[in-house]
Design a protein around this ligand. Structure first.
Ligand SMILES: [Ca+2]
Length: 207
């Protein structure tokens, strides 16, 4: 899909997006007009096929939908700005939030404070300053891996209308969380990243 405006991935964390695509393609990731959105870029289909991170960011930038990725201790919502993980979220607090407009059986009747702001189909915030994450072995999970996981999940949720995970008993147990974990596995192998995947996060600790 061609997006003539090229303004579909908003971020204040351009270095994280560069990490996701990898050193070889980091130069493609820019906001040269300083409008807060990653500029459109073009890249060969071969490169996309060999790099899940590059493919993910390309898909988000080219999408008809608008995504936000920020690293802050606050999040913009349809109901205004609030702290990341404030107690209105009926999910575990882990310094990571991902809001979308889709139905989610885990959160029936979403209120404005857990919907993305106007004009956005997805809003992801990772509070890198105040939280750290590790797997079962205690090995740290770097925040750019969280960003990949959350953004891939967001892409599947928004573009494919998937839920994070299907409601138990509703059919095959395949949702955006699981597909994101599978994509993470491919990404790690392609990039020889080593270390735990974000899907294996076991513990989130407030610094
Ligand atoms: Ca821009």
């Amino acid at each position: 899909m061609f997006d003539p405006t090229g303004t579909k991935l908003a971020t204040d964390a351009i270095d994280t997006i560069k990490h996701i695509v990898g050193e070889e393609y980091a130069g493609l990731i820019n906001d040269s007009d300083n409008d807060g959105y990653i500029d459109e870029f073009s890249v060969s289909s071969d490169a996309l096929a060999q790099n899940e991170g590059l493919s993910l960011i390309n898909d988000l930038v080219a999408s008809e939908n608008t995504y936000g990725y920020y690293e802050d201790d606050f999040i913009e919502t349809l109901g205004g700005v609030r702290g990341v993980d404030s107690n209105i979220i009926p999910l575990n607090q882990n310094g990571v939030e991902s809001l979308n407009n889709n139905f989610d059986w885990r959160i029936p009747g979403k209120t404005a404070d857990i919907l993305p702001p106007a004009g956005f189909q997805s809003m992801v915030v990772v509070d890198t300053a105040n939280w750290s994450w590790s797997d079962k072995s205690g090995d740290p999970v770097e925040s750019y891996k969280l960003a990949f996981h959350e953004l891939y999940e967001a892409k599947m949720t928004v573009e494919k209308k998937m839920q994070y995970a299907p409601e138990p008993g509703s059919g095959p147990r395949c949702g955006s969380h699981r597909l994101s974990g599978e994509a993470e596995g491919r990404w790690h192998a392609q990039r020889a990243l080593g270390g735990p995947q974000a899907i294996n996060i076991y513990r989130a600790v407030r610094k």
